[in-house]
Structures are given as structure tokens and as C-alpha cells.
Design a protein around this ligand. Structure first.
Ligand SMILES: [Zn+2]
Ligand SMILES: [Zn+2]
Length: 119
């Protein structure tokens, strides 16, 4: 193993098969995966110091996909991940709306473990 090897915690998981069977999931997933590429391309072109993602497209595309899964595929949202601090604290917080809890757990399906706990 050398230092260039990707950290598995940074790897994007392969989405489950049922997501590919839902047209909305596919569209939202592709938009989410494209957003960083578009921002990267803009950054290469414009250089540092310019806000290349003024619409927060990277985050907002993730939120849209998570919200769609929470709303349309609640039965397919993964169970609480005991290793995830956000999952565990969500469960302990009865004031949180169920939709927000589901939205976070839906993220486990499609974002790398290293950022899944960020919201
Ligand atoms: Zn869907
Ligand atoms: Zn979690």
C-alpha cells in the first residue's frame, strides 16, 4: 500500500440496485456526481479565489437525492449505523422530525463514509 491509495472512507459507495430502477434516483444521482466535476472544471478555469460553487451545487444535489429517497423509498433507507455519530445522536433526539432522520440515513447509501456524518 502506498500513500496514493484512496482511503476507503473517502470512496463513493455503489448505489443499491433499486436506485437504478427509479428514474428520479438516477437523474438526481447523476446530477450529484456531476456537480463536483463542474465545480472542479470551473476552478481550473478561473483559478483560486473565485467562488466556483456559488449555488452550493455539491451540497444541494446531495440533499435533493437524500430527500427524494427519504420521501419515496423510506422502506429502503438503511437502519441506524451504530458507528455513525449522527445516526446515533439522531436516534437519541426525539425532537427531530422523522423526515430529517431518514434524510441523513439515506445519505449512507451514496456518500463516502468520511462525509456521511456532516449532516
Ligand atoms: Zn427514487
Ligand atoms: Zn449516519
Amino acid at each position: 500500500m502506498d500513500a496514493k491509495d484512496a482511503d476507503p472512507a473517502d470512496e463513493w459507495p455503489l448505489p443499491p440496485v433499486w436506485m437504478w430502477e427509479c428514474r428520479d434516483c438516477v437523474v438526481l444521482y447523476k446530477a450529484m456526481k456531476r456537480a463536483p466535476e463542474i465545480v472542479d472544471a470551473a476552478r481550473r478555469e478561473l483559478g483560486p479565489g473565485v467562488d466556483c460553487d456559488p449555488m452550493d451545487s455539491i451540497l444541494s444535489t446531495q440533499i435533493r437525492l437524500a430527500e427524494h429517497i427519504a420521501a419515496r423509498h423510506p422502506d429502503d433507507v438503511p437502519a441506524v449505523d451504530e458507528a455513525c455519530a449522527t445516526c446515533v445522536s439522531d436516534v437519541g433526539d426525539a425532537r427531530l422530525p422523522a423526515s430529517l432522520v431518514l434524510r441523513h440515513r439515506a445519505r449512507h447509501l451514496f456518500v463516502p463514509p468520511s462525509i456521511v456524518g456532516s449532516w
